[in-house]
Design a protein around this ligand. Structure first.
Ligand SMILES: Cc1cc2nc3c(=O)[nH]c(=O)nc-3n(C[C@H](O)[C@H](O)[C@H](O)COP(=O)(O)OP(=O)(O)OC[C@H]3O[C@@H](n4cnc5c(N)ncnc54)[C@H](O)[C@@H]3O)c2cc1C
Length: 216
């Protein structure tokens, strides 16, 4: 007759055997990203369902705030001033008639920005603003005016004076010079064209100083 202790012992051994079999039959999957194609590979080939969905609806773009609270008030204000300058200058140089791709890019930018802005509590407030007032991307004027409005919402919360959005152009004139719409991309391409033998790629175009060679 088998004692109660032996029964329990046999039961535990059987349980461990079953668990071991399950682990061996289903080893943890290993995945890696192909550096050439960007495809995500697993042991069974490309794992399409693990890839981020394309477009502006991607999880990474619309996720929550990443950064922690920024305690230092001076750093917060300096960061804010520099950031507003960047954002307003960006919308004021955004195309007058953007393509769908350019519109998606700006929309994704603001949503990603709202996740990664280094002041976590500011980012959380900004995410709420984006929910209430989604980015306007249909034209330069729409984008610039939308951002001005959103900045004024932040101003109001911080008890700062309202900014007159009619003064945007004068305040953010970066002296960058206006490019004719649609001509900027080809101009840059032509400058960097490796087949253009008129320019010497081993020298800096402005200073004429030879470039340091190395790397890949
Ligand atoms: C997305 C974001 C969220 C923030 N959230 C917070 C927060 O929650 N708490 C906090 O303490 N700080 C926050 N800040 C920082 C804050 O907005 C200010 O930048 C900071 O307090 C410094 O204020 P400032 O008075 O120097 O002027 P800023 O608001 O930084 O503005 C800089 C300059 O921009 C111009 N300006 C003002 N309003 C507008 C407008 N509507 N449109 C165009 N130009 C304008 C003015 O010339 C002004 O001097 C945030 C910053 C950003 C970018």
């Amino acid at each position: 007759m088998i004692s109660r202790f032996s029964k329990a012992f046999l039961f535990i051994v059987l349980l461990l055997f079953l668990l071991g079999s399950i682990v061996l039959l289903h080893p943890p999957s290993r995945a890696y990203i192909d550096p050439w194609t960007g495809d995500l590979f697993g042991e069974g080939g490309v794992e399409k369902e693990l890839q981020h969905p394309a477009g502006t609806g991607g999880k990474a773009v619309h996720g929550g705030v990443i950064m922690s609270k920024l305690g230092n008030a001076t750093a917060k204000a300096e960061l804010g001033r520099a950031t507003w300058k960047l954002l307003h200058t960006m919308t004021l140089r955004y195309p007058e008639e953007p393509t769908q791709d350019q519109r998606d890019a700006l929309d994704s930018y603001f949503h990603l920005f709202s996740r990664l802005y280094p002041c976590g509590e500011c980012a959380a407030e900004f995410q709420q603003l984006l929910k209430n007032y989604p980015p306007q991307t249909s034209s330069r004027r729409a984008a610039a005016t939308w951002l001005c409005f959103v900045h004024n919402q932040v101003n109001a919360r911080l008890h700062k004076p309202d900014f007159d959005c009619a003064n945007l152009d004068a305040t953010y004139d970066c002296g960058c010079g206006d490019e004719p719409v649609g001509s900027s991309a080809p101009a840059v391409q032509a400058e960097n064209d490796p087949m253009d033998m008129e320019t010497d790629p081993s020298k800096d175009a402005t200073t004429g100083v030879g470039m340091i060679k190395g790397g890949r």
